[in-house]
Design a protein around this ligand. Structure first.
Ligand SMILES: Cc1cc2nc3c(=O)[nH]c(=O)nc-3n(C[C@H](O)[C@H](O)[C@H](O)COP(=O)(O)OP(=O)(O)OC[C@H]3O[C@@H](n4cnc5c(N)ncnc54)[C@H](O)[C@@H]3O)c2cc1C
Length: 434
């Protein structure tokens, strides 16, 4: 990945210059200098966002040297880490101390600050996204000051800066609440979509971390039930087959990449090819440490849009989407993923004060996604869907102001900390205005 593209290379840009600060003070100085020069600056994490949110023609602040765990406080269950720390490295460090994050998304290559800035989440109706685990953070503001904020100190800045869209400054360190390491007992069970939807309410309520993947062009679904185990639970033994399962998944992903390439060359074969894939889904049951279960890792490259909708409307959205994909002519390579999260109080979080279902729609990156994503966005718009900040979406300031009750407060906070719009770029001008 070059420094001027994102993970799937659907976004590219030319930074005016690239800086690699190794201290928070250097980050603050870069922002102050950019402001004084009438220029802009933008933090880049791992550039896994599919939007242009990390793009800049000003100073690209690459945080790879501002990474690593600062402190693990076992007695208070807190970890302090630098903003550029990759989630995978944080997981390793925590595991070595017998600790773990409460919940995770399905990928661990993002940075802590990039993932929280965009509201990255996993699944579990009783759990919030990564940003809800943050207990305090240090942010370099565009005027060159360094501020530590928390629920006690600068609480408004704290509520705005945990999911900040990168608009308020550069997060240099974060303190997160963590838990003693735990294992998950997982059952992956293929079902029909009809059956999965009938039992959905109970499955979501009765399972710590429930998710499903529906395979368009078919009625097949893979449901995944992950249950948190107490240390003395008899199922608390990692299965010897766990490693083999990981290896099998790598092979499956290589095969899938080949199938997707064939589909991109002859799109008309896609429904049949995907029906064969969906027929091969089989039941799996295993136990493993939480981070090994949450994170899937390898997969063919894709492009994606994802929205959080009010949890009660998730069935309607899926059935409307199925009706659209059943129409002749649509060729969709990737499953639709459905996850759940608890309401939170972070101003720009898509789960703000709403029990949410997240619906993610993906397409192999070499195939056309435009009509499919537009149809999906039409459907979720009618259900007050809020877009994931790290995934493609078409919404602008006017629609977002209606969807986010604290949108105006967020704009006021941006005006307070960044009146010169040092942190601005094309993406932020679209979603927040000038
Ligand atoms: C394969 C893949 C799997 C994914 N899986 C999930 C998932 O399971 N759940 C989910 O919710 N999302 C998922 N995502 C989305 C991903 O978590 C987000 O896009 C996240 O932002 C990526 O973090 P990053 O470090 O790459 O940030 P970047 O893409 O580099 O930056 C994202 C934004 O954060 C800002 N930023 C970066 N660092 C800082 C900082 N230090 N201070 C302030 N702002 C900063 C940037 O300026 C930019 O605006 C996935 C994406 C991909 C490509």
């Amino acid at each position: 990945m070059s420094e001027s593209t994102n993970w799937v290379a659907n976004q590219s840009w030319e930074p005016g210059r690239v800086a690699r600060p190794s201290t928070a003070e250097e980050v603050a100085a870069l922002l102050r200098e950019a402001g004084e020069a009438g220029s802009t600056a933008k933090a880049a994490g791992s550039r896994y966002s599919l939007t242009g949110s990390a793009a800049t023609d000003g100073v690209q602040i690459v945080l790879e040297l501002l990474s690593g765990v600062v402190e693990v406080d076992l007695s208070k269950h807190l970890v302090r880490a630098r903003g550029g720390t990759k989630i995978s490295n944080l997981n390793k460090a925590l595991h070595a101390h017998g600790m773990a994050l409460e919940n995770l998304g399905d990928m661990d290559q993002q940075t802590l600050a990039g993932a929280t800035a965009t509201g990255t989440h996993g699944s579990g109706a009783g759990f919030g996204g990564l940003a809800t685990m943050v207990r305090s953070l240090e942010i370099a503001l565009p005027d060159g000051s360094l501020v530590e904020c928390s629920a006690e100190h600068e609480p408004d800045l704290f509520d705005a800066a945990r999911v900040s869209l990168g608009a308020l400054g550069v997060v240099t360190e974060l303190t997160l609440e963590v838990l003693p390491s735990f294992r998950l007992h997982v059952v992956e069970e293929p079902r029909t979509l009809t059956e999965a939807l009938v039992r959905l309410g109970d499955d979501v309520a009765d399972t710590d971390h429930y998710e499903l993947q529906w395979y368009p062009h078919t009625d097949r679904v893979m449901t995944k039930y992950s249950t948190r185990l107490a240390p003395d639970d008899p199922r608390d033994e990692p299965r010897p087959g766990w490693r083999r399962l990981v290896d099998k998944r790598i092979v499956e992903h290589v095969v899938l990449e080949g199938v997707n390439r064939a589909c991109s060359m002859v799109p008309v074969i896609t429904p049949a090819a995907k029906a064969v894939t969906a027929q091969r889904l089989s039941r799996r049951e295993y136990t493993a440490f939480s981070h090994e279960v949450f994170v899937h890792g390898h997969r063919p490259r894709f492009i994606e849009t994802e929205y959080a909708v009010p949890a009660p409307v998730v069935k309607d959205v899926l059935l409307e989407l199925k009706a659209w994909t059943d129409d002749a002519g649509s060729t969709i390579t990737h499953p639709v993923k459905v996850r759940f999260s608890a309401p939170d109080d972070l101003w720009m979080s898509p789960s703000y004060q709403r029990q949410s279902a997240w619906i993610s729609v993906q397409q192999y990156h070499r195939m056309d996604h435009v009509d499919y994503f537009a149809a999906f966005e039409d459907i979720v718009a009618a259900h007050d869907g809020r877009p994931h900040w790290g995934k493609l979406h078409r919404l602008g300031a006017k629609s977002l102001a209606r969807l986010y009750p604290r949108y105006e407060d967020f704009l006021a906070m941006r005006e307070r900390v960044d009146p010169k719009r040092v942190m601005s770029n094309q993406y932020l001008r679209r979603v927040l205005g000038d």
